[in-house]
Design a protein around this ligand. Structure first.
Ligand SMILES: [Cu+2]
Length: 154
């Protein structure tokens, strides 16, 4: 039965794996002119039955994208690069200002509110899953300046 299904639908298993990550509320921070970097946020949920291991990220508007987390060290909020992120079945991971986020380095152009950009995640299985992201103003999210400060010396 299983073998028959696999023969008839050889791509079904792959497609299912692709679909197992659900993205919500994906957005990238609008930046003033001449800012080289930005940050992205989203909520992702693993709807599949297997753990998903994210090993990298990319965007069509940035030279490179890193997964970061924010940790308090000696009373200061510091960003740390994550080399990967494992998401268990049913697990929901939030990327939000002040916590986990995507750092977009080397913006190709100025991000203006309302723009649509693309965020992709590379998985350990060599698959890539992409989602649209909306460019929004940061508003009540005060860590934008921290990002710029932190990365301006790199
Ligand atoms: Cu960061």
């Amino acid at each position: 039965m299983v073998a028959l299904a696999a023969t008839l639908f050889p791509l079904a298993a792959v497609a299912q794996q692709d679909a197992s990550l659900e993205f919500e509320n994906v957005w990238v921070r609008a930046m003033p002119p001449f800012q080289p970097n930005s940050a992205g946020y989203l909520t992702l949920t693993n709807r599949g039955k297997a753990a998903v291991a994210i090993v990298g990220a990319s965007s069509n508007v940035a030279e490179s994208v890193e997964l970061h987390t924010t940790r308090e060290v000696d009373g200061l909020m510091r960003m740390e690069k994550l080399t990967g992120l494992a998401v268990a079945p049913g697990e929901r991971v939030e990327f939000a200002p002040g916590g986990k986020h995507l750092m977009l380095f080397g913006l190709a152009f100025r991000l203006v509110p309302g723009d649509d950009v693309q965020i992709c995640f590379q998985l350990i299985t060599d698959e890539e899953v992409c989602t649209d992201a909306e460019v929004r103003m940061s508003g009540d999210t005060p860590d934008a300046q921290d990002h710029q400060h932190h990365h301006s010396t790199e």
